[in-house]
Write a protein that binds this ligand. Structure first.
Ligand code: PEP
Ligand code: MG
Length: 595
């Protein structure tokens, strides 16, 4: 047995988990070419035939799992995958290549699939172009069935056996959303940051997680026994029995504390000690998280990241208008009369959809969010029609991501009007005023918030991206995690400026970035005048408690002092001192904040 070892990283999702490591190396990047002797050719063709059969089986299993997790309409997208594996115009050229060029099947699959996919991508018909990503997926399935890759886990969605600790170099948002929750108890990655989407999903799913662990993959092997401490950011390999029992005790204590926090959270809106009402809503990625909104006592949904409808569906087609409308209606009507803020697709950047944005040198500064929607007007109009068509089911508010200036707001408004007219022509009733809001997450939008605020119905501060773009520090890159700090005076000043603009225009302002879920930073935001917040559902109970123990006047005093400081360290030191004092009236909340 390996000796005991502890590794440290960035804690991104609290909780303690114990399990065996399952190392996942992601999709293999490239396939080696092997030249065959003539006698090997029939053997290779037979390997291909068997791989096709196993691929068809795998797709069937995936479809069944997706049907259980996400519903029938998502399972249908795998039909296209299976069709490729039965299509002679795909398989024929692969066989021909093996026969005439005498090359290994993996190589033949890769070359033929790439060729066909790039021809599909060049077609003007967008539906056909979308098939290219199906084909990429099918090629990966075939190559895996041929035995390529050698990863300990071949596919996240088909993890079997006892629940494990997923160990990986990095998880993309679409990897993270597909983690089977009953098969994974925690995850640990060598790269990543606290506000990366994988980390946000871990918190939403209640999975303890630690990221940015140096030398993780060199230190952990498949099957090693691990403890993951998602609060302290520590991973133990092969812990001793003494260490294990200490962690089990802590696990029990944390569970008891969470139950009492949850009970208190269910008792309605939070009000500060000096009588200020504070709304604390949930950020969700999937429609099924509506149950968490109730379970954790959130006051509605402050951010539904609708792009996960696409990211969770194995990167193929977008759900059509009727499918989207059904999902939005379910969320909006289940939560009515509570507000539900649905954000239009924020794809691009690190969130998939390369077939829409094309290869970009710098995708995070490229066709992301509303920019990508403008460049695919039909996709945008379809989503807006789906949204508007369910507006009468409850309190729906539409939020637009990555707004950089007021002209984009105007352009969105004309898209909304067009979508409304199309619905009215079809005889579908749309309420007169569905609120349209802008995310303030690009520095130019924060600086011109006074111009944007009068033209929207509400604003929502996306501090994750606002920090990333203001400080020029990638939110998912551990190498700059010490620069990515909400405490930076530039961030404090921008938030204060946006709040001032919202008040002047008489428009509500919420904070939906992760900053709001940190108790001390929450108090700072409260002190800057913010009264609406949203965060992962599991963070809601603690922050409701914090709001109830706080006084808005004390928080405002702390915010004024923070605004006068010059470094993030000074701000952090002030907040930890003052937050302690502000919460001193309630020992239980203080214990929860400090645990
Ligand atoms: C943000 O940027 O703060 C935000 C809430 O959106 P996302 O994390 O999805 O980019
Ligand atoms: Mg954002």
């Amino acid at each position: 047995m390996k000796r005991s070892l502890s590794l440290s990283g960035i804690p991104v999702s609290p909780g303690i988990a114990v399990g065996r490591a399952a190392v996942w190396i992601g999709r293999p990047d490239s396939t080696p070419r092997r030249d065959l002797d003539s006698v090997e050719v029939p053997v290779e063709l037979e390997r291909l035939r068997l791989a096709v059969e196993s691929g068809i089986r795998e797709i069937g299993e995936m479809a069944a799992q997706v049907e259980v997790r996400l519903g029938k309409e998502y399972a249908a997208i795998f039909q296209a995958h299976a069709l490729f594996l039965r299509d002679p115009s795909f398989l024929g050229p692969i066989e021909k290549k093996i026969r005439t060029e005498k090359v290994n099947a993996e190589w033949a699959v890769e070359v033929v699939a790439e060729n066909l996919a790039s021809r599909l991508r060049d077609l003007p018909d967008k539906d056909l172009a979308l098939r290219a990503s199906d084909l990429d997926d099918v090629a990966s399935i075939l190559k895996r069935s041929l035995g390529e890759g050698g990863a300990a886990i071949e596919r996240l969605t088909t993890l079997t056996g006892d629940p494990c600790v997923l160990v990986a170099d990095e998880l993309t948002p679409s990897d993270a959303v597909r983690i089977p929750r009953d098969k994974v108890v925690a995850f640990v990655t060598e790269r990543g940051g606290k506000t990366s989407h994988a980390a946000i999903l871990a918190r939403s799913f209640g999975l303890p997680a630690v990221v940015a662990v140096p030398k993780l993959l060199a230190s952990i092997g498949d099957g090693d026994r691990l403890i993951v401490d998602g609060r302290e950011g520590v991973v133990w390999r092969e812990p001793s029995e003494d260490v294990l029992s200490l962690f089990r005790e802590r696990q029990g204590r944390e569970a008891t504390r969470e139950i009492s926090l949850k009970e208190r959270s269910l008792s309605g809106l939070a009000r500060t000690r000096d009588g200020e009402d504070v709304a604390i809503r949930a950020n969700i990625e999937l429609a099924r998280e509506v149950t968490d909104v109730f379970e954790y006592g959130a006051d509605g949904v402050g951010l539904f990241r609708s792009e996960f409808l696409y990211l969770s569906s194995e990167g193929v087609e977008f759900p059509d208008e009727a499918t989207q409308a059904a999902i939005y209606r379910q969320v909006v009507s289940t939560l009515a009369p509570r507000p539900v803020v649905i954000r239009t697709y924020d794809l691009g950047g690190k969130k998939g959809a390369r077939h829409l944005s094309g290869a970009e040198e710098n995708p995070v500064l490229g066709l992301r969010g509303v920019r990508l929607c403008f460049s695919h007007p039909e996709m945008f109009r379809t989503q807006l029609r789906a949204l508007l068509s369910v507006a009468s089911a409850g309190d729906l508010r539409i939020l637009v991501p990555m707004v950089a200036g007021v002209e984009e707001v105007r352009r969105v408004r004309s898209f909304v009007e067009e979508a409304r007219e199309e619905l009215v022509e079809r005889g579908i009733e749309v309420p007169d005023s569905v609120p349209i809001g802008a995310m303030i997450e690009v520095p130019s939008a924060a600086i011109t918030a006074d111009l944007i605020a009068p033209e929207v119905d509400f604003l929502s501060l996306g501090t994750n991206d606002l920090i990333q773009y203001t400080l020029a520090a990638d939110r998912a890159n551990e190498a700059v995690s010490d620069i990515f700090r909400p405490h930076h005076p530039a961030i404090l000043r921008l938030v204060a400026k946006v709040q001032e603009a919202a008040v002047a225009a008489g428009k509500p302002l919420a904070v939906c970035g992760e900053m709001a879920a940190d108790p001390a930073l929450f108090l700072l935001l409260l002190g800057l005048g913010i009264r609406e917040f949203s965060m992962g559902p599991r963070s809601v109970p603690l922050l409701k408690d914090v709001a109830r123990c706080a006084s808005a006047v004390d928080a405002a005093r702390m915010a004024r002092a923070a605004l006068s400081l010059s470094t993030p360290d000074d701000v952090a030191a002030l907040l930890s001192r003052e937050a302690e004092a502000i919460l001193s009236g309630d020992p239980e909340t203080r214990a929860a904040v400090n645990s």
